[in-house]
Design a protein around this ligand. Structure first.
Ligand code: ATR
Length: 273
């Protein structure tokens, strides 16, 4: 039996077991995937114990993603650049770290908006947290000519922009509306629009209908931002697929099968929101 799981603090909210258990069932694999709660103080020792216990690897979530990269023996270029890992694969006592958030973001767009290409024009990214960092990385890596970055806390956006160089332009949060005409992609990586959170105040009237608008918030699935964008004729993609697609490389690394993100998986996860 191949063992894997997700480590976080807290961990109860994680949807990852639903995804991986769906695939274990679908591909008839003798494996398990569990939620594992580890506090920051117990993280390093806890990971050692899981390795000794025969685990094939783990997903890592808040607040351990940076530490997960630090304790790895080897990591992908993208994990290094993003500065955090969400997927660990164990091999002969060694820890191999990856960050699959950015590729999850891209593969979701490729699946649901196949005509969209990052290199067709500039992108605006709202927010400057961990998710933003992996999305900015992916957009640039896919050839976006420019990323306009904005965040409520300006300094945080500036710090993120410094990592990626001159293609990332930081603007004031109050000035978003002036920068969205003619862009190719608009991404919300903030928590605004999520159930229980306030709404994103943004005027989309100057946005071209060719712009792809996407949100990493998936509860609700259709955020007010996506509804507004639909109203003016933009193609929109919701954030649930990013969560599903980011899980693919880990599953393949641990269980040896590259799983498909299909509509039955989407429906299965939606039941739990
Ligand atoms: P994640 O790692 O998922 O990206 P995070 O690091 O907590 O999460 O980032 C949350 C993002 O939502 C940040 O960009 C945050 O802005 P600040 O850096 O200014 O905190 C943004 N955010 C959260 N609440 C917000 C609000 N009420 N208005 C504007 N932005 C908000």
């Amino acid at each position: 039996m191949i063992k894997a799981g997700v480590v976080g603090w807290p961990i109860e909210q994680s949807k990852s077991p639903i995804i991986h258990n769906y695939w274990l069932d679908k591909y008839n694999i003798n494996g398990s995937y569990k939620k594992i709660s580890l506090s920051p103080e117990n993280f390093k020792l806890g990971i050692k114990r899981l390795i000794n216990d025969g685990y094939a690897g783990l997903n890592i979530t808040v607040p351990h993603k940076e530490m997960a990269l630090e304790i790895s023996s080897n990591s992908t270029e993208r994990a290094k650049k993003i500065g955090a890992a969400n997927t660990l694969i164990f091999n002969k006592g060694k820890i191999y770290a990856d960050n699959t958030d950015g590729i999850g973001f891209l593969n979701n767009l490729t699946q649901l908006a196949p005509d969209w290409k990052a290199d067709l024009g500039p992108a605006v990214v709202l927010g400057a947290g961990g998710a933003s960092r992996s999305i900015v990385y992916s957009l640039l890596n896919e050839g976006a000519p420019k990323v306009i970055l904005t965040n409520r806390t300006y300094e945080r956006a500036k710090k993120l922009a410094n990592i990626f160089g001159e293609k990332v332009l930081v603007i004031n949060w109050e000035n978003i509306n002036k920068h969205i005409s003619g862009i190719n992609t608009l991404v919300n990586t903030t928590t605004l629009g999520m159930v229980g959170s306030s709404n994103l105040e943004i005027d989309l009237s100057t946005l071209s209908s060719n712009t792809l608008v996407t949100d990493i918030v998936y509860n609700p699935l259709k955020t007010p931002l996506l509804e507004d964008a639909n109203r003016i004729g933009c193609k929109t993609v919701d954030g649930l697929g990013m969560l599903l697609h980011q899980a693919v490389p880990g599953f393949k690394g641990w269980f040896g099968v590259e799983p498909k993100v299909d509509s039955a998986l989407r429906d299965r996860v939606l039941l739990e929101l």
